[in-house]
Design a protein. Structure first.
Length: 87
């Protein structure tokens, strides 16, 4: 496991439109990341914090099963990634 303080992290699921604009942003917390991280077997980190990961349509159903409030809109391409919170 990485030596990272996950209390200092936040995560976003971002839906990008065809103009490469962030059309939909959903914030996620540590508990939610723990529920879905194993859906990304090629990840290089434990908490999806060091890279941006593509979320293909094949994962939408499994992600909604783990995090029911997630919405995926037609025509958007989704990515998920972590970032440091401001202190």
């Amino acid at each position: 496991m990485n030596d990272i303080n996950t209390k200092m992290l936040g995560w976003d699921l971002i839906g990008w439109d065809s103009d490469e604009q962030a059309a939909r942003i959903t914030g996620l917390n540590r508990v939610e990341i723990l529920r879905i991280r194993d859906l990304f077997p090629g990840r290089d980190d434990d908490f999806l914090e060091t890279a941006v990961y593509e979320v293909p349509p094949a994962l939408y159903s499994a992600m909604r099963g783990a995090i029911p409030h997630l919405e995926f809109r037609d025509g958007l391409e989704y990515q998920i990634g972590g970032f440091l919170l401001s202190v």
